[in-house]
Structure formats: C-alpha cells, structure tokens
Design a protein around this ligand. Structure first.
Ligand SMILES: *[C@@H]1O[C@H](CO)[C@@H](O)[C@H](O)[C@H]1NC(C)=O
Ligand SMILES: *[C@@H]1O[C@H](CO)[C@@H](O)[C@H](O)[C@H]1NC(C)=O
Ligand SMILES: *[C@@H]1O[C@H](CO)[C@@H](O)[C@H](O)[C@H]1NC(C)=O
Length: 611
C-alpha cells in the first residue's frame, strides 16, 4: 500500500482556501460510482440554490487532478423547477475554467446555465463523469489461478467549491465480495454497494479519503489502437473495416500458463482471463469476417435481429493480464441505412466509436473514404476530435478518393454517438469507373483482333541460315527497344508517385528533384533509341513489324509528353499556390488522355513482347 499515492492529501490544505465564489449553495448532492467495469462512471445529482443577491450563470465542478487527467466524458443536463413542475432537461455546455487562486491539484470545469439563476431560485443538475485508467490492480502481478484485485480511491465528500448542505456517495462493486474498505462514521455495506453519508453542512473543498480494495474479473479489454475505416460506395454498400491492437489491461499475469489447467477448470484456473468479446453491429450487417495475422478465424458466432447484429469473437488464445493480440473485423452495411440526400448534398450518418462491448480505446482513428469526385466536404462530430484529410488510391482511381481522418484518444462506449459527413457529388462521376472498364475491355478486344490477324509464319519459315541470323538481329533490336520502353514506363511511375508524395507532404523541391533526374534519364533513352529504330527500319525482315514498333515508340513519347505536362502544371500550381476549378478540369482532361495512352502503350508492349 506504501506506493499508493495520496494526491488528494494536498486538498486538506485547501479547506480554508475558499476563493470568493458566488453565493451558490448545494442543498443536496447524491453521487453514485459504478465500479462494475474497467471504465468508472460517476453520476451526480445536484440541487443548486442561489442564496446571494447576484444572478449566477455558471456552476463550477471540480475534480482532483489525477481524476481529471483520466476524464473521458463530462456531460451535464439541468432541469428547472422541482417535483411535478419540473421542466424539460437542457444540455449544458462545459468548459475548463481554472481560476488563478485555485487550491493545488484541482481542475475546474464550468457548466453554463441556459438562463441566469436569480436570488432564491434553485435548479437540478445531473452530471455524468466517465473515467479511464482509474482502477489500479493490487497486487500488480498475479498467477493464472488468482483473481484480480483492484484499488479505488475517492473522497467521500465531493470537493465542491460551494457549501454542501447534504451529500452522500454510493459505490457499486462488481460483486458482493470486498477485500477491505475505509469505514467512516456513516458507512453502510449491503449487497454489492457501499454507502457513505449523508453528511450535513460541509464547507467548500471538504475532503475525506476513502480506499476500496475489491476483486473484479470483468474483461479489461483495452485497444491500444483502433483504426476504423468506413468506405462509401455509391453502388450500394458501406464497407467498415476495424483493425484492433488489443491488450488485457488488468493485473499482469506471471508464471507459466497451462492450457490444460485452463481448459479443464477455466473459471478457477483462469478467472481473470477473457476468452471472447462481443461486438454489437448495426442491423443488416453482412459479409462479416474476423481475421488475425494467421488468417480467418471461424470460431465466431453471429446472432441477428431487426435492431442489431451481435458478433461474438474468440481470439486464438484466452487473454490474460498484459497479453496482446491484433485482429481485424470487417462488415458491409446497406448504403440506404447510412447515406442520406438533401438536394445536392449527401450525408453519411453513422456511429463513431467501437462496436465492442465495454472496451476502452486509447487511440482511435476513424477514416471515412468518400467516392472519387466528392467535393465540399464537411464533418460534424458531437465532441472535439482531431481532424485531417488524405487521399486513398485503389485500382481504377484517377484522382483518388477524398478521405476524412478523425482522431481521438481515450474513447469509451459513451462516445458511440452518431456523426455526420456532408459532401457534394455529381452522378457523372459515378460512371467514370464503368466507362474505364468498358474502355479497357474494348482495347483488349482490339488487341485480340490484331493478334489473330498477325502473321506469325516468318520464324517458322526462315529458309536460310543468313535469314535466320538477320532475324535474330531483328529480335535482339526489338528486345533492346522493349527494355528501353520498360525503363521509360518505370520513370513515368516515379513521376506519378512524386506527385502523390507532393500532395501528401507539399515538398515541391523533392518533387522537382525527381523531375530533373527523370528528364536526364529520358533524354538518354531517347538518344539510344534512334540508331535502333533506323536499324529496324532498314531490315527487310522487320518490314511487317516495324510499323507496330514505331507506333509503340511514338505513343510512348506522346504519353511521356502528357505526363510531363501534367507534372509541370501540378508543381507550378503548388509553387504559385494557385489552383481552382479551371485548373482541376485541365489536369483531369490531361489525365484522361494519359489513361487512354497508357492502355494503348500497354497493348502495344504486349504485342511486341509476343513477336
Ligand atoms: C496513442 O497516442 C498517444 C498520443 O496521442 C501516443 O503518445 C501513443 O504512443 C499512442 N499509442 C499508440 C499505441 O499508438
Ligand atoms: C476470409 O474471409 C473473407 C470474408 O468471408 C474472405 O473474403 C477471404 O477470402 C477469407 N480469407 C481467407 C484467407 O480465407
Ligand atoms: C442519425 O441517425 C440516428 C439514428 O438513426 C438518428 O437518431 C439521428 O437523428 C440521425 N442524425 C441526423 C443528423 O440525421
């Protein structure tokens, strides 16, 4: 117990501190603390009264620093009047509000009232505070067969900056078992609840430390990291993929793990372990899968009804304290359940957090991948998140898909609220990919026709040794030209990659350096190609293939020119920080040509390869 820090002791000094606050008095305060899971939830019901002459518009809430550091959620609602005349509840905006003369180790928040509280008036305020990393395993290390024990520290008096006429605190434990708990003059333990109070007429910043030591074998599933990707396809699907890095966040497991012991008597020989996790997916989720680094895991169960789909997943091994696992779950959702349209604007409305039961996510990244061509994107999330944007490329994409990235730390189930992504999209864009596919198949078709009609009799019917030698020379030349073309194509790819890198980092100099190197290389290639082409042209044996080879060289030059043009335009626009719709249209037009040329070059390369 010696290592257990009493941060709160500092508060004892504060009893006589009392900065001159408004004349608010808390006539009644009931606190309930729920310790039945790894996430600690505190609900508080305040009755606040204004006894002074001045109207009051804010109510301060104070938490010890070590609690405030782990505060994941703080919400307050107020109700006017009392009893039967109670009005509707209002959500109160909350801000941190640290006064200069605060007692040490106290963090202040202020809830703004919907209207000022004048002399003699009172209101009811309900507050929910959710804390993570608050239960400390003690002992910190246990063996496979031991139960986990935790310490919880609190003050039986809420350290309020106002006088409190009457207050009580109830702590709910996961079971009826308790190792030990602080007994004050009014402490009652019954069933699985410990009640402290009521305490009457406490001065501001009252403090009375309480420590509870209790067993809990609830799953302590902590996701160090969760990356959730939501990809919208206007063809009818929302695809969700969630990558988890999960750890058992309870007491560290020591000693040898015996699977035999665990399997024969799991509840005794592995009480602190968890074997499965439950995810509540939206109704009508389909194509659900669950896999880890080794492959798909089939030991998962799916139950569904009209309001939800339950997915029960079972890692390959039971999870003991400190053990880690990484896995991915994925599922598809019907588009019409989550994507809505008002005039030109479409919006996605979907939940933010993890669908896993009672999981704590330390670092959550939510990515929303919108269809290519989406514009005027805006996001609304009901709590603060870090927001950025990137571009995702997949096959057939020309400009890439705009991707919204939202990041938040310390995410608890209370954060599973709906958020919205609004964007504009024209239906023409929807046809780009199918058109490209059609174009691709068409080119393939043409290539096949050319292939069927080509004359392949030459090599079979070369009559003399001389002719064979000449033919070998032709083949060698074509081979060299082919290698050159391949080198050019590689350089094109590098140029394209440098543009993507530019859009990611904005580093114009790096992009220019790539361009300069490419220019030199391409010039060399061009020089080399001239003698080879004239050799081929002068050889009678190559007469029937020369047009194709020449066409390939010409098309490749053309492609090269277009890629260079696009490169110059994009780099210029970055340098001059210009852009705009007109610019985008011009780039898109060039890109269209590039795509067509690429296909043509590919087909010709294939043709030449078959000579
Ligand atoms: C989570 O984020 C914090 C700060 O944002 C960082 O220090 C930490 O390394 C991250 N953890 C993981 C597992 O990525
Ligand atoms: C895993 O399951 C998914 C979805 O059912 C499937 O698409 C994928 O091919 C499977 N992978 C393996 C390695 O079996
Ligand atoms: C998002 O969906 C939820 C559940 O269907 C609904 O309650 C909420 O009003 C929706 N939000 C918006 C902005 O449409």
């Amino acid at each position: 117990m010696g290592r257990f820090r009493f941060d709160l002791l500092l508060l004892l000094l504060a009893v006589h501190w009392g900065p001159a606050l408004s004349d608010l008095v808390i006539s009644k305060l009931d606190r309930r603390i729920d310790l039945t899971s790894q996430i600690v939830r505190m609900t508080m019901s305040f009755k606040v009264e204004n006894t002074g002459p001045d109207p009051v518009s804010k109510v301060s809430l104070t938490f010890p620093e070590h609690q405030a550091n782990n505060l994941a959620v703080l919400v307050a609602v107020s109700t006017e009047g009392k009893g039967k005349t109670r009005g509707p509840t209002t959500n109160l905006p909350i801000k941190t509000n640290q006064p200069a003369d605060s007692p040490p180790s106290l963090i202040w928040y202020a809830a703004s009232l919907p209207k000022e509280l004048v002399k003699g008036e009172s209101l009811t305020m309900d507050v929910l505070a959710v804390f993570t990393h608050t239960l400390r395993p003690f002992p910190e290390k246990i063996t496979q067969s031991e139960s986990q024990l935790f310490l919880f520290q609190e003050s039986a008096h809420f350290p309020s900056p106002y006088k409190v006429k009457s207050q009580s605190m109830t702590v709910k434990l996961p079971s009826e078992n308790v190792e030990s708990y602080t007994k004050l003059e009014t402490t009652k333990f019954s069933n699985s609840e410990i009640k402290y109070g009521p305490y009457e007429n406490l001065p501001p910043f009252s403090y009375s430390p309480v420590i509870i030591h209790f067993p809990s074998n609830k799953p302590f599933a902590v996701a160090h990291e969760l990356v959730k990707e939501i990809e919208i396809s206007h063809w009818g699907n929302v695809q969700v993929t969630e990558h988890y890095t999960l750890i058992h966040g309870g007491a560290q497991s020591t000693g040898e793990f015996s699977r035999l012991d665990f399997q024969t008597r799991p509840h005794i020989r592995g009480a602190s372990a968890f074997r499965n996790l439950l995810a509540m997916l939206p109704p009508r989720a389909h194509s659900i899968y669950y896999r880890d680094a080794i492959g798909n895991i089939s030991t998962s169960n799916i139950y569904g009804d009209s309001s939800k789909t339950l997915l029960e997943i079972e890692p390959r091994y039971p999870m003991f304290g400190g053990w880690k696992t990484s896995f991915t779950i994925g599922y598809g959702l019907p588009l019409q359940d989550f994507l809505f349209q008002s005039e030109e604007t479409r919006f996605l409305n979907i939940t933010f957090g993890s669908p896993m039961n009672d999981i704590l996510v330390e670092n959550l990244t939510v990515k929303v991948v919108l269809p290519e061509g989406s514009k005027d994107i805006s996001v609304s999330v009901p709590f603060p998140v870090k927001q950025s944007q990137e571009t995702k490329f997949s096959h057939l994409d020309i400009a890439g898909r705009p991707t919204i990235v939202l990041e938040k730390i310390n995410v608890v189930p209370e954060h599973n609220q709906y958020f919205q992504v609004h964007y504009k999209f024209s239906n023409i864009s929807l046809l780009t990919e199918p058109l490209m596919l059609i174009l691709g198949f068409f080119s393939l078709f043409i290539a096949c026709i050319i292939y069927m009609h080509a004359d392949f009799t030459i090599s079979k019917s070369s009559p003399s040794y001389l002719a064979k030698l000449q033919w070998d020379e032709v083949l060698g030349t074509i081979q060299q030209l082919q290698d050159m073309i391949n080198r050019c194509l590689l350089i094109h790819e590098k140029l394209e990659a440098s543009l993507r890198e530019l859009s990611r980092t904005g580093d114009v100099q790096a992009c220019k350096a790539v361009r300069k190197a490419a220019d030199t290389l391409l010039k060399d290639v061009s020089k080399e190609s001239k003698p080879l082409l004239s050799l081929l042209q002068s050889s009678p044996q190559a007469a029937h293939i020369f047009p194709k080879v020449e066409e390939l060289v010409v098309k490749e030059r053309d492609l090269q020119e277009k890629i260079m043009l696009k490169h110059t335009m994009v780099v210029d626009s970055y340098e001059k920080k210009s852009g705009g719709k007109d610019f985008e249209n011009r780039v898109a037009a060039i890109q269209q040509k590039i795509t067509v040329l690429k296909q043509e070059v590919d087909d010709l390369v294939e043709f030449v390869e078959d000579i």
